[in-house]
Design a protein around this ligand. Structure first.
Ligand SMILES: O=C(O)CCC(=O)C(=O)O
Length: 282
């Protein structure tokens, strides 16, 4: 007799750290098989990483880009509906006219697209002898904050480099997000020191859950991903962490814990808006 798995009634998040190769269809098929597995294991919200169907790199964005809605997002839509889950489609290179964006789409359990979010802060850095990357050579930036409502809570979205900007996370907190999710793809220079620190910082300064989901590491790729997909709780503690290889990590979101910590250390109420204020210029 087949074993019936228990599907969580609450918010159980799965981060799918898939290995991305050069074949788009294989990337889609393979990552979807991992999403199915995560659903079988009870996840109710599942996130893929940044560029889940395309290798990460300026030389790839144009070739793998699609319109939204388009081929990949139609498949994400069907999968969300088939599995009855909230599905965060990592990101894909999006083509809109003559511009490219790094874009996340989110689907609800009925298959409706409830968010299209374009990466706001482009990854332009120069660390001599280590890594120089200029996303702005190919991509344009978004200019709208990304969040969506679920039956559990409001969830905020940023993409990779966006996690370095505390103001963005604080605004998502101000808008009521209890969970922040960052599809990302850090590298072997910044990943070891900054990745976990940034995830923990965003969780702690907003007293919320913060999740970051990476591609798995491929040492032969032109851009080697750090991996280490992570979930951090509102106390700043890591409650789920992957290694460098392909893996799915799971985390149950405890809303009572968020409230308890917010009551114990009430920084949300102690902000001195008479001295400083964070404004959302929509
Ligand atoms: O901030 C970093 O160190 C890495 C960011 C990145 O890889 C990205 O934004 O895609």
């Amino acid at each position: 007799m087949a074993t019936m798995r228990t599907v969580s009634q609450g918010l159980k998040i799965a981060l799918v750290q898939n290995l991305v190769g050069k074949n788009k269809q294989e990337n889609i098929d393979h990552s979807f098989s991992l999403v199915r597995k995560a659903r079988e294991n009870g996840a109710t919200m599942i996130s893929l990483p940044e560029c889940f169907q395309s290798p990460y790199g300026n030389q790839y964005f144009g070739e793998y880009a699609e319109t939204i809605p388009g081929y990949t997002t139609e498949q994400l839509k069907s999968l969300a509906k088939e599995l009855g889950i909230y599905l965060i489609g990592g990101s894909i290179p999006e083509r809109d006219g003559d511009k490219l964006y790094n874009t996340t789409t989110v689907f609800n359990p009925s298959g409706d697209m409830i968010l299209k979010f374009r990466k706001i802060h482009l990854f332009d850095i120069d660390i001599p002898g280590k890594i120089t990357f200029l996303e702005s050579n190919t991509l344009s930036s978004g200019s709208k904050i990304g969040y969506f409502d679920t039956k559990y809570c409001r969830v905020g979205i940023g993409i990779c480099y966006d996690i370095r900007f505390p103001e963005l996370a604080m605004l998502m907190n101000k808008l009521g997000c209890k969970v922040l999710i960052y599809p990302g793809c850090f590298n072997m220079t910044t990943g070891p020191v900054h990745w976990e620190l940034l995830i923990r910082a965003r969780a702690l300064d907003n007293q919320c859950y913060c999740c970051a989901v990476s591609q798995a590491r491929d040492d032969s790729a032109s851009y080697v991903a750090w991996g280490n997909s992570t979930v951090c709780d509102p106390w700043g503690e890591v409650v789920g962490k992957a290694g460098s290889k392909e893996e799915i990590i799971y985390s149950d979101i405890d809303f009572e814990r968020i409230e308890m910590i917010r009551n114990q250390i009430p920084i949300g109420k102690q902000k001195r808006n008479d001295i400083y204020e964070l404004k959302y210029l929509s």
